[in-house]
Ligand binder design. Structure first.
Ligand code: FAD
Length: 455
């Protein structure tokens, strides 16, 4: 089996154009021989997990974080900067498959995440360009608009708390309210945007100051195996030596199957694209974030930054049909050429009043999302690997899930509580059954896009 580790020279995302002091940080010149807890990965999952462990368990066991490249150089440093709790769209799919209570749990969990992350950022005074606003989901055909709004109404009627503050805009007003050309209807709800790299650096800076954390960037984990000389624990082999650990946490997201073969085709590396758009002078004001939902499988996500520039991602119509360009693909070293053309003139094409803005792409980058086979995150103990835990498989949607997921993970890892006691959404729990029997919904979406009816 080929193993896909983080590639050496990732494209430079806008978010990483101002590297901070922890970018290549190593707490000690050599790795410790042992650590109670080893976390593999240095993205938002690791940052939030360390933050919650220290808050809930101030005298916590020793923690070592191992990151293959620079701090926050994976998906967390390459995303769209959108914290967009989904109160009705994916959650209503979850309800249809796993029952209304499961759908409601997911929707309410995401809304609670935004609130908790906002409270953290405000309490800590984190300088990360955080803005709370409304997200507008735009639809481009009446049929699509009707179908999605029916789902929303069903969710509201079922009493899902998160869905109650979602509002609809009818076709007559959709283009004016959204500012998006050709809008045939839209939906709006509370969301936020931020500079993720700055939040994650803040969390690690604070955690290092607290003590009990050893952070090692530029340290690739090659394998994890049962510790040879003891009844329990793990030997974590790295590019800089081996560390013994009682507990290992896989916060390695899209790269997890490189270390745990059972995750091959369970957490699927999915190559995505985002870009940063700037204008030579003042541009029309955008205050909302967006999803431009051309088809169910083809949507762009967009945030207006407080400096007047734009970050937009997606471009699936430009490359999704060519499966090799994205499926099981960990190459974030190169831009997908088709997407450059797609984003050229993007604001002029899609937004009213931007025709003469001179808007153009200033940075474009690729990033690797960890798509879970059943499109649900995977949290909790790894089946049949005592002392090993996973928090991964965010399916391109980790920003409104990770903060509180980490709180529950901290309780399991340090507090020894059961998954059920954490109150995390039940459908996010990792189980042997999921690992063996979940259908591949990622491929299903691809079949629909390429061969099935045009959704
Ligand atoms: C282009 C793009 C746009 C996105 N847009 C959004 C968005 O707008 N909103 C949203 O909610 N989500 C978005 N996402 C998804 C979001 O970024 C992720 O869900 C989130 O960042 C996952 O965080 P993480 O810490 O689990 O993973 P990552 O940030 O990927 O961190 C995992 C880390 O593990 C390290 N690692 C892996 N294997 C090893 C190893 N063997 N040894 C050492 N280190 C290892 C990697 O180098 C990496 O840094 C987007 C993702 C991409 C790629």
């Amino acid at each position: 089996m080929t193993r896909s580790f983080p590639s050496a020279n990732g494209t430079v995302p806008f978010w990483r154009t101002e590297p901070q002091e922890l970018d290549n940080f190593q707490s000690t010149p050599n790795l410790p021989e042992e650590s109670d807890i080893v976390i593999i990965g240095g993205g938002y999952s690791a940052a939030a997990l360390v933050t919650h462990i220290q808050k809930q368990y101030p005298n916590h066991p020793s923690i070592l974080v191992l990151e293959a490249r620079q701090l926050c150089s994976g998906a967390s440093g390459r995303n769209g900067g959108h914290i967009k709790p989904d109160p009705y769209f994916h959650a209503s799919d979850v309800a249809a498959q796993y029952g209304p209570a499961a759908g409601a749990e997911v929707a309410d969990f995401e809304v609670a995440n935004l609130k908790a992350a906002k409270e953290y950022i405000e309490r800590e005074g984190v300088d990360c360009d955080f803005v709370l606003t409304r997200a507008i989901d735009v639809h481009f055909s009446s049929a699509q608009d009707t179908r999605i709004k029916e789902r929303l109404r069903g969710f509201k009627a079922a009493g899902v708390a998160a869905a109650q503050e979602v509002s609809e805009v009818a076709k007559d007003h959709a283009e004016i309210v959204s500012g998006v050309k050709g809008a045939q209807g839209c939906i709006s709800f509370t969301a936020a945007h931020l500079w993720p790299y700055k939040l994650i650096h803040h969390m690690f800076t604070k955690a290092l100051n607290h003590g009990g954390l050893n952070l090692q960037t530029n340290t690739l984990v090659n394998s994890v195996s049962p510790a040879p000389d003891s009844q329990s624990g793990w030997a974590v082999q790295t590019s800089r030596g081996t560390v013994k650990a009682s507990k290992v946490i896989m916060a390695s997201n899209s790269y997890t199957s490189s270390l745990l073969p059972e995750y091959k085709e369970q957490i699927i590396p999915y190559r995505g694209v985002s870009c940063h758009i700037t204008t030579p002078g003042p541009a029309p004001l955008l205050v909302n974030t967006y999803a431009l939902r051309f088809k169910d499988w083809d949507f762009d996500y967009l945030i207006p930054r407080p400096d007047g520039t734009i970050v937009v991602g997606g471009a699936r119509s430009a490359y999704f049909r060519k499966k090799d360009l994205w499926y099981d693909n960990t190459n974030d070293d190169e831009v997908i050429e088709e997407t450059r053309r797609y984003f050229d003139g993007y604001m002029q094409r899609n937004f009213r009043g931007w025709e003469k803005s001179g808007a153009e792409v200033s940075e474009i980058w690729t990033g690797i999302m960890g798509y879970s086979r059943d499109k649900l995150p995977r949290l909790g103990p790894v089946p049949d690997r005592p002392g090993m835990f996973i928090m991964a498989g965010w399916t391109g949607h980790g920003m409104p899930q990770i903060f509180l997921a980490a709180k529950g993970m901290a309780e399991m890892i340090v507090g020894d509580v059961s998954y059920r006691q954490t109150g995390l959404p039940r459908v996010f729990e990792e189980t042997a059954d999921r690992l063996q029997n979940a259908p591949n919904k990622v491929l299903e979406s691809w079949y629909q896009a390429t061969q099935g009816p045009r959704l």
